[in-house]
Design a protein around this ligand. Structure first.
Ligand code: BDR
Ligand code: CA
Length: 317
């Protein structure tokens, strides 16, 4: 059994990633910590509970974390995820926030990893604020992780929220900097360009959502708005020639779930630009080794897409 701990800003692709993990009987989710990002941290908490309810897994503990970045204010996530983060689809039966644990997300992160030393894969599909705060409170934390899987950053200086930066890093560059520099554990990055190059055809999406299950109907409902936005964007060719379906956060999750998922990768020291006229939040890939950092991150280049399709299908069964 794989033990996963998830840190999310539950937009639509976080929901898809969570459902991916929930769909695998060999995965145990120890907890889900919430952070600002695609929407407010309160909405993120609500959204995670809605996903767990749709999957009948409300027993998984959910924790509320940071409501803004280390510096400055939250970045608006754009229109893709809707105002509420899950496509603004009405959900009158949604569970109440009283189900959120009293313990703060950052404390929970530290506690859960310390209770399972060497066993936890931490999957972060959001701005990295909670992780940065956690490593400041407990510097021994990274050394106790089995692996850290992040959706975030970019490798070709192409942004999706600013000219040069990917959303999760742009939403808290200082936190991304702390995490990439202080988490000296096996680190796997699903960066923005890679996710775009790993798109699935829209026809797959139709088959995926067309499954006769409550989970598929739930996903179709929360994804309707995002799908329209994505299709508009791809005709405008805004997404690296992306003409298909990209579930960014799901690639980081799949890599944590299956050690053979990544089929090709690069290994380089990485960091984040904190200033710059246009480049704040952009990931730095030190291909020449000039930063003199010993720790290298695994940057995903190719993954097993046939396996990915099977995992995605199983998630909505
Ligand atoms: C990332 O930002 C969010 O919009 C998505 O949920 C994903 O984590 C993509 O840049
Ligand atoms: Ca996310």
């Amino acid at each position: 059994t794989k033990k996963l701990l998830l840190d999310v800003d539950c937009g639509v692709d976080d929901a898809q990633a969570i459902m991916l993990a929930l769909g695998d009987p060999n995965v145990q989710i120890l907890g889900i910590t919430c952070v600002h990002g695609n929407t407010t941290v309160e909405n993120v908490c609500k959204n995670v509970l809605r996903v767990l309810q749709a999957c009948r897994k409300l027993e998984i503990p959910v924790f509320k974390g940071a409501d803004k970045p280390i510096l400055g204010n939250s970045l608006s996530g754009g229109n893709f995820h809707g105002e509420d983060g899950l496509g603004d689809a009405p959900d009158p039966g949604a569970p109440g926030l009283d189900l959120i644990q009293e313990e703060n997300a950052v404390s929970a992160l530290i506690r859960i990893v310390n209770e399972n030393p060497g066993e936890v894969c931490l999957v972060a599909t959001a701005p990295l604020t909670n992780l940065a705060l956690a490593v400041r409170m407990d510097p021994s934390l990274p050394g106790k992780l089995k692996g850290l899987y992040i959706m975030g950053g970019n490798t070709e200086s192409r942004g999706n929220i600013t000219v040069c930066a990917e959303f999760n890093f742009a939403a808290d560059p200082e936190a991304a900097y702390v995490v990439l520099n202080d988490f000296q554990c096996p680190t796997y990055l699903a960066c923005w360009e890679f996710t775009c190059y790993s798109q699935l055809p829209w026809e797959f999406c139709d088959t995926w959502l067309g499954q006769d299950s409550d989970k598929a109907r739930f996903m179709a409902k929360i994804f309707r708005h995002g799908m329209e936005e994505a299709k508009k964007e791809s005709t405008q060719n805004e997404c690296l020639g992306c003409t298909g379906f990209v579930s960014c956060d799901s690639y980081a999750m799949a890599a944590a779930m299956d050690d053979l998922f990544i089929t090709e990768s690069d290994q380089y020291p990485v960091s984040v630009e904190l200033t710059g006229t246009y480049t704040r939040g952009m990931m730095i890939v030190d291909t020449l080794g000039l930063l003199k950092k010993t720790h290298k991150a695994v940057i995903m280049k190719k993954v097993d897409m046939e396996k990915f399709k099977k995992m995605m299908m199983a998630a909505l069964k």
